[in-house]
Design a protein around this ligand. Structure first.
Ligand SMILES: [Zn+2]
Length: 367
């Protein structure tokens, strides 16, 4: 009887001191997979224009559980280019415009993709441009200039990335130095795919998808559902090949082209396509707990404004007179949408460099 009383007293004490409450608190689930989606040049106005265009129907992106904002300036300019922004988002360090995966002194910076690889995670890159273009390049290459695309292509050989899908085949096969990097990739065990059918048929091992000689076509040029399909296939392969989890960066590369061209049609078409790929990623996270999806932009391009007016669905663009303020990038903050496990950590104003830093912590990557 005395023992029972002692036990009850201990239980009572524990609950008063909060120990029991502490024990009941569920631990935050572990982030195993990260899907990092970057809409190149995709500002808030581009997302709003896309929603207006479909009668103010929200985008898939807007299913986000948490939303934040990111500052995009580079180390040497209040307006970043895609190289410095890509480097910030890949490595967690600001650098000068034009630099790929190196600091302002041109010293290499390790990317989250490279760290994920070293920690035994599977890794991938998917883009609607050349895989040697600035944004994907920043995750895999270390070069002082974004223009050094042949050197960037050669940097793919220095990694063990599990898959990449995009354009830019020319940089691998028709090179100044005469090397055929597709052959060298095959010797390293990669399957090289030249068409989406070959990508879809791929089952196991490492995949180099070089589907176009230079850039991937725009939506207006007939790209179709390349990006959602490539994203779905990449997630299927990485999910299957990686018991420890994966990191992938998916880029909607051509939204930026619409901004530079002050062409609202291209912005809306490319943002819609990117949004379809975001749906694939969000749905994957729904089916695979432990998956975090973060969607952001590297910078805003074009500075489009959305003036007032009654919606008129009989007019092109619903009668909105879109006005652009520049043919270049701008300094405005960009949105950060987070979905799935760990999403709450992105719900504030962030430096763009903090985004990969938080992802690394959530994935518990050792340096
Ligand atoms: Zn641009």
């Amino acid at each position: 009887m005395k023992t029972i009383c002692k036990f009850l007293l201990l239980v009572l004490l524990a609950s008063v001191t909060g120990q029991r409450t502490e024990a009941r608190k569920p631990a935050e689930p572990r982030v195993k997979n990260v899907i990092f989606m970057i809409g190149d040049g995709m500002g808030l106005a581009d997302i709003t224009a896309t929603a207006i265009n479909r009668g103010c129907v929200p985008l898939q992106i807007e299913r986000a559980h948490y939303v934040g904002l990111a500052r995009t300036y580079s180390a040497n300019n209040r307006v970043t280019d895609s190289a410095a922004a890509g480097t910030a988002l890949a490595t967690g360090h600001k650098t000068n415009n034009g630099h790929i995966g190196v600091d302002p002194d041109k010293k290499p910076l390790k990317s989250i993709l490279e760290k994920a690889e070293e920690n035994g995670l599977a890794t991938g890159l998917v883009a609607t441009h050349s895989v040697t273009n600035a944004t994907p390049a920043a995750f895999i290459a270390h070069q002082p200039s974004r223009k050094m695309e042949e050197e960037i292509a050669a940097d793919y050989l220095k990694t063990d990335i599990d898959l990449f899908i995009g354009g830019g085949r020319k940089m691998f096969t028709r090179r100044e130095d005469g090397r055929d990097l597709t052959r060298e990739l095959q010797e390293k065990g990669y399957t090289i795919a030249y068409t989406m059918d070959e990508v879809k048929a791929f089952e196991r091992g490492k995949l180099g998808g070089l589907l176009y000689d230079t850039s991937v076509p725009t939506m207006a040029q007939g790209r179709g559902d390349y990006l959602p399909q490539a994203t779905a296939k990449a997630l299927e392969i990485l999910g299957r090949n990686s018991p420890k989890g994966f990191f992938i960066m998916v880029e909607g590369s051509q939204i930026d082209k619409g901004g530079h061209g002050n062409d609202i049609r291209t912005i809306i078409d490319e943002t819609t396509d990117f949004d379809n790929a975001v749906k694939v990623a969000y749905d994957y996270a729904d089916r695979h707990p432990g998956t975090l999806v973060v969607v952001t932009a590297d910078h805003e391009t074009g500075g489009v404004t959305l003036p007032s007016g009654k919606p008129d669905f009989t007019l092109p663009d619903q009668g909105v007179k879109y006005t652009f303020s520049t043919k270049s990038h701008t300094a405005t903050y960009v949105p950060v949408y987070a979905y799935g496990t760990g999403a709450m950590h992105f719900s504030r104003v962030l430096e763009n460099t903090e985004i990969p830093q938080i992802m690394e912590q959530l994935l518990r990557l050792r340096k």
